[in-house]
Design a protein around this ligand. Sequence first.
Ligand code: SF4
Length: 374
Amino acid sequence: MSLLEVRGLNVRFRIGDDVLHAVKDLDVVVDPGETVSMVGESGSGKSVLVSAVFGILERNSSVDGKILFKGRDLLSIPRREFDLIRRKELVLIPQNVSQAWDPMMRIGDQMREFMTNAGVPEQDVPRISKDYLSQCGFEDPRLITDTYPHRLSGGMSQRAMIAMCMSVEPSLVIADEPTKGIDESAKEGILDLLVSEKWGSSLLMITHDIGSASRCKRVMVMYGGRCVESGGTAEVLENPLHPYTKGLIGSDPRRGLNPIPFASRDLFPGECSFGNRCSLRDDGCDDSLFVVDGREVRCRHAGGRRSYQDVQAQGLGAQEGRRLCEHDRGQGRDRGADGPFGFGEIHRRDDDDEASRAQLRPDPAGRGRRHGHV
Ligand code: SF4
């Protein structure tokens, strides 16, 4: 059974006479022991998902869909049961950790309160605090437990928060922008701690930083409230299929700092959310989901794609989807249009291999021909 299983989640906010559809038909699965990152620009719906999972959305919001944690739907279980889960099994490392601490309480007292709320016996708290602070790199844990949060640097504050969250041995940790506002020099240490297998917890990391996302085994790329591409992190980052994923990678300062032009905008139903920023857009573009080499991609120009509905209708899972799409490998592929994003080579092109090119089959629906994709 999956640890966290979000199915068909929609979150809307009423703002005056308008309705903002912030999360659209979103599926998220985190299995035991897995590290998953969710990456995307501000406003893509990542933090709204976190608020929905923890039941801390604003009053002007409405939620539908399912948020299953160990099979129990967090949207419908009694409040008391939900609170117990949030104290012990499902913990949040919030954004801006320095502001999340109570400035009037010493770190040790806050750790004590956190642990006893989760059912840790009072007499065990000092030993466990010391142990977890040591594991998070503090040579003198006593110094930390005796101090107030404002005396810690950003990196120290984040490490102390990780120690506190891990001290209750949660099944799943959701870390919302864990390296935001942290010095570059401290970032790697924070990420090492978060993805460490020594905790035995699963991790869902929310981030806008592709470098942080690369530390998790699986990645979901969010845009406009939807997941536009998901798959194994190495595969997605080495061979991104969705134009937005390519743009996001290209805009990383370590990879050229080529920003994606324009901003996201309101959509008409069924429209591709990335359409106004995409150089590959044509009349057939919509928000359909495809399965490509076992990856789910919301782009009709992703190579070797197969309709998600077709795969589902045949009762085939991701592995079968991967196998079905393997014919695409090794065949001549066109390159994505040289758009303004400077994506460079998207697919391998083998101009000399006419035999391979001849194997390219047009989509029965006539989609994707422009770029010669299967
Ligand atoms: S479906 Fe069309 S507009 Fe949307 S990302 Fe793909 S190519 Fe661009």
